[in-house]
Ligand binder design. Structure first.
Ligand code: F6P
Length: 305
């Protein structure tokens, strides 16, 4: 139950340290209630947003990106224990500290993979709950998760204790899997970017992997990482010749996804070290992202060394 006695959609025990459990549960509750609304509201919002039509990273912003961000921003920043709301769709962090002014910071990618709106393919919502001001390091996360808008709507939620998967319907979360672990025998890979734009060392690694695993790439990180969690394997959006900093955002994508995969028994890397150890310098900074079974990520780091 929440403090006002309302039944929470997400009403399970959470293994979160330092007395943050109530705040994390309320954040998850908002996500669980809002995700079906976001999904339902995609109809009629597949076009480009009015105004600039670009997010702070210079990428095309769909009407649905802005709408999902407005919904999540209003609801998450209204929570007593949330002191900052940051979104891939906003240039600045929203300071929403109440008088108590202690609490957690929430970073959200409201619609990850929204370019898939045009082709009607899966997308997601990613969230990270940091016990530090944003931009923060991944090791400051106390919880992270994502919604996958696939044939059904599911949520992956990671805390320090591990990872669980839920099916979302009618504002409630029903447990599908209590202890999500990467399968020991990996079978799939998905690598973003154009092959001629890959650096030579990554291309050599990719050649090896494609002879061992099956390609599964759909263009939305949430859905592609969800395949890695289901079947084992590796997802990468590497450094590109044309974009040495990579494409994905550390605060909204790299850190939460790295945290989830590590809590599920895998590894994350920016090519040199765990994503969770990467220095956070800028709200919208980009990073190469490599996540998956530890042996595959170890080999990747070796290949890039
Ligand atoms: O950052 C947004 C995103 O859509 C990710 O979800 C995805 O992994 C990537 O970009 C896809 O990029 P591309 O269209 O280059 O494959």
């Amino acid at each position: 139950m929440s403090e006002d006695g309302r039944r929470l959609a997400y009403d399970r025990e959470l293994a979160v340290d330092d007395g943050h459990e109530d705040v994390v549960r309320e954040v998850v509750d908002v996500i669980v209630r809002t995700a079906p609304e976001i999904r339902g509201g995609l109809v009629g919002r597949r076009g480009t947003a009015d105004g600039e039509g670009e997010n702070p990273s210079g990428e095309t912003q769909a009407e649905a990106d802005v709408w999902a961000d407005d919904l999540l921003g209003d609801r998450l920043s209204a929570l007593e224990g949330v002191v900052q709301y940051a979104s891939e769709e906003r240039a600045e962090v929203v300071d929403c500290a109440s008088s108590s002014s202690t609490g957690l910071s929430v970073a959200v990618d409201p619609l990850d993979g929204s370019s898939n709106l045009a082709s009607n393919n899966p997308m997601g919502t990613i969230f990270g709950v940091y016990d530090a001001p944003i931009p923060a390091q991944g090791r400051d996360l106390v919880a992270a998760g994502y919604i996958c808008y696939g044939p059904i709507t599911t949520m992956i939620l990671a805390t320090d204790d591990g990872v669980a998967e839920y099916e979302l319907a009618d504002g409630d979360a029903t447990t599908l899997r209590e202890d999500v672990r990467l399968p020991a025998e990996p079978t799939v890979y998905g690598f973003g970017g154009r092959v001629p734009d890959w650096p030579a060392d990554f291309r050599t690694y990719a050649r090896e992997i494609e002879s061992e695993l099956k390609l599964r790439y759909g263009g939305a990180m949430v859905a592609d990482v969800n395949q890695v969690l289901s079947y084992g394997g590796i997802f990468a959006y590497p450094t590109l010749e044309s974009r040495p900093e990579g494409k994905l955002r550390l605060q909204f994508e790299g850190n939460p996804i790295g945290y989830i995969v590590e809590r599920a028994g895998g590894r994350s890397s920016n090519g040199r070290r765990s994503l969770l150890e990467a220095e956070a310098t800028d709200l919208h900074e980009r990073t190469p992202v490599y996540v998956g079974n530890d042996g595959l990520v170890d080999r990747l780091e070796g290949a890039l060394a």
